[in-house]
Ligand binder design. Structure first.
Ligand code: ZN
Length: 60
């Protein structure tokens, strides 16, 4: 199994980090920033369209 990481970016504090998509919830699920604790949907934390595509492909 290939380890794939996606880049996340907080829409409020701009904290960026990487995480394994298998540890993350669905795109429309609310997620809490570990830094500023803002709550937004998972999709809003995805930094680039590439990360979004990876996320979608792994969700199938
Ligand atoms: Zn934040």
């Amino acid at each position: 199994m290939t380890e794939t990481w996606i880049n996340l970016s907080c829409p409020r504090c701009n904290k960026t980090w990487s995480d394994s998509p298998t540890d993350l919830p669905d795109l429309d699920t609310e997620f809490t920033c570990p830094e500023c604790e803002v709550v937004a949907t998972m999709a809003e934390f995805l930094k680039t369209s590439r990360d979004l595509e990876i996320y979608k492909s792994l969700a199938d």
